[in-house]
Write a new protein. Structure first.
Length: 97
């Protein structure tokens, strides 16, 4: 799918995975085309749910595609660090682990 066609879709909730998750650079990926599609989906979604295990937090991959401020909920396997928890709390982001 061409990333430019995604803006014609109605996306209520997008479940997004990431190679890296950082407060500074948000959600990131290593593949350019995949990151472009994910960016278009995030820009057109009403709600974004991040799916990331504990190894992804505090890491940056090559291409950022969505800031963490836009994330409504995080599903992970362990509680993130206190820094991430403070950040998510300040934006009202739900954490499920």
């Amino acid at each position: 799918m061409n990333p430019h066609h995604i803006d014609t879709l109605t996306i209520h909730t997008a479940f997004m995975a990431a190679t890296g998750v950082s407060i500074e650079n948000g959600m990131s990926n290593t593949a350019y085309f995949e990151a472009e599609i994910k960016r278009a989906i995030c820009n057109n979604s009403r709600r974004i749910v991040l799916l990331a295990d504990h190894t992804k937090f505090g890491r940056d991959a090559l291409i950022s595609y969505c800031s963490l401020e836009k994330v409504s909920a995080v599903v992970t396997d362990r509680e993130p660090t206190a820094e991430f928890m403070r950040f998510f709390h300040s934006y009202g982001t739900k954490i499920l682990f």
